[in-house]
Ligand binder design. Structure first.
Ligand SMILES: [Ca+2]
Ligand SMILES: [Ca+2]
Length: 460
């Protein structure tokens, strides 16, 4: 049962652990354990090739031969690539489906590359796809059309490595978060005048002290800590504490193992002593870092075979370890040195400044481009007007020419005819130029006050 099953198990556990949102503990006490979730296909490893990984596993599991091999393979078989060789024996339709998945993945990676190149404004003179695709380690870039044993080998190796590095990345992310927080705090204080700054510094110091006042935190995984969960969370009699019962009670998905999330859930009680989302002085990001530290501490002491799972046997053995179970208080993040040094902070601030400069440079380029576009738009508009004017003049000229050529209108027997318009104008002639006197005795002229505009210009 060790081997790929474990790898897959580990993978699926990791999927669940990492799918939990960062702020999951803000309401941890009200929510039932998330193990009941059925939608495992919706959770994400956080790996950028998560979907590909999942789909490959799903397709492979549809093959009875490969499935059987999965059950009997051991860690060695995976590491030395023996399992990947079994790919040669899977059914044709499974291979076709895998080829298809790989082609989709390659085309997705190409798009990623293109977007990256576009965003950095890199003009790819001759884009060498193979060498660019080499930066992705989870598939073989030399063959972009079919899924081969090498692809499975690379996928397993890369996913395992990346998953193992995940905690390290989380610590790194937290460090950056803390540096940003410190940077902003300093900038803010710098922006105040001396009197205000001193007052603010005092307020921040008080908040810090308030945060540090909390009940004693038990070392995670120690009997004292577990007993507290037994009594306060499970509501059981402390006199009847039973490690086996405790284990079963907290193996919420009933697979006989405590995985990372089941383990982390045990620390909620301790974390609540230090962090309350309602308090301004308690930072929930720090609580998550604390939870991660606790889990790592327990795994280091309890997980003897390093499969990132705690078996009942490992659990019971940990109860016997005296040094692990010493009633020593847990050193929280606040008792530790800051997670970054002053030099690291300075480097981080320099990076921030560089980014800012780069951003304003890009904003300026964009503004200039916009300006050029606007100017070009204006020129186009002017050109359009000129063109319309030319068309108007041309059609007017045509009309004039036609009018000159047209013979005078004639009656049925060839006699000349009066034009209706001029006739009615003659009848109405009495009104033209007549001065009118209105009811108030004011003089009004029927002629327009101003000469009509836009009259055709006669050029000599
Ligand atoms: Ca479990
Ligand atoms: Ca283990």
């Amino acid at each position: 049962m060790v081997g790929v099953c474990h790898w897959l198990l580990l993978l699926s556990i990791s999927l669940r652990v990492w799918s939990v949102p960062i702020d999951r503990n803000t309401n941890a006490q009200e929510e039932p354990p998330q193990m009941e979730e059925k939608g495992e296909e919706n959770v994400d490893t956080g790996l950028y090739y998560d979907r590909y990984l999942r789909e490959v596993i799903e397709v492979l599991e549809t093959d009875p031969h490969f499935r059987e091999k999965l059950q009997t393979a051991n860690t060695e078989d995976i590491k030395n690539g023996r399992l990947s060789k079994e790919l040669d024996l899977v059914g044709h339709h499974v291979r076709t489906r895998l080829d298809e998945l790989k082609r989709q993945e390659v085309s997705r990676l190409r798009m990623l590359l293109k977007a990256k190149l576009d965003s950095t404004n890199t003009q790819s003179v001759q884009m060498d796809h193979v060498s660019l695709l080499k930066q992705f380690e989870h598939l073989d870039p030399h063959n972009q059309n079919t899924f081969e044993a090498r692809d499975l080998e690379l996928l397993i190796a890369t996913a395992t490595k990346d998953l193992e590095n995940y905690d390290a990345e989380r610590h790194e992310e937290f460090k950056r978060y803390e540096m940003l927080k410190e940077h902003e705090r300093r900038e803010y204080l710098r922006s105040l005048d001396q009197e205000k700054r001193e007052r603010e510094e005092q307020r921040l110091e008080e908040m810090k002290q308030k945060h540090r006042q909390h009940p004693k935190v038990n070392a995670p995984g120690s009997v004292a800590q577990l007993k507290e969960v037994w009594e306060e969370t499970d509501g059981l009699d402390p006199q009847e504490f039973n490690p086996k019962t405790f284990f079963r009670l907290h193996d919420t998905n009933g697979d006989g193992l405590l995985d990372e999330q089941e383990l982390e859930a045990l620390f909620t009680k301790e974390l609540e002593k230090v962090y309350d989302p309602k308090n301004e002085e308690d930072d929930m990001m720090e609580m998550e870092e604390e939870r991660l530290r606790m889990r790592e501490h327990v795994m280091k002491n309890v997980d003897l075979n390093h499969d990132r799972l705690v078996s009942l046997e490992e659990f019971l053995r940990s109860m016997e370890k005296k040094d692990f179970n010493s009633p020593k208080e847990w050193e929280t993040l606040d008792d530790k040195k800051p997670v970054f040094t002053e030099v690291e902070l300075q480097r981080f601030e320099a990076e921030l400044r560089d980014k800012e400069v780069e951003l304003s440079r890009r904003a300026e380029t964009l503004r200039q481009e916009q300006e050029i576009l606007r100017e070009r738009g204006k020129a186009l508009e002017a050109q359009k007007k000129e063109y319309q004017q030319a068309v108007l003049e041309m059609s007017q000229r045509q009309k004039d020419q036609q009018a000159v050529r047209r013979p005078p209108p004639s009656g049925p027997n060839g006699e000349l005819q009066f034009q209706q318009e001029s006739q009615s104008m003659a009848q109405d002639g009495s009104q033209v130029g007549k001065v009118l006197v209105d009811q108030n005795g004011e003089v009004r002229n029927s002629l327009p006050a101003e000469p009509p505009q836009n009259l055709p210009q006669h050029t000599p």
